[in-house]
Design a protein. Structure first.
Length: 97
């Protein structure tokens, strides 16, 4: 009977030790997962910021180029209008003379 009691006590203590060890390992694993998620989120945030900066620079460059093209087109349109006005003035002067 003493052997049975001793064996039972040993088994109970062994199971309890395993349970505690499993809980510790689970806790450690969950903490590691949390740290990995946090590190991944931080890295993703940095990549998003870098992408946003690059996109902003591209937008500024595109807007600058578009502005330059608009100005060039406006100058050409102004020159054509002035040329057309001169032609009309000349035609009117020729008819008057």
């Amino acid at each position: 009977m003493n052997r049975f009691l001793l064996l039972t006590t040993f088994l109970i203590l062994s199971f309890y030790g395993c349970r505690e060890s499993t809980q510790d390992k689970t806790r450690d694993a969950v903490e590691a997962i949390g740290e990995d998620i946090e590190a991944g989120a931080e890295e993703l945030g940095e990549e998003i910021e870098e992408g946003t900066r690059k996109a902003g620079k591209e937008i500024e460059r595109g807007a600058r180029k578009a502005g330059e093209k608009i100005e060039k087109g406006a100058r050409k349109a102004g020159e054509k209008i002035e040329e057309g006005v001169r032609d009309i003035d000349q035609e009117i002067q020729e008819e008057i003379d």
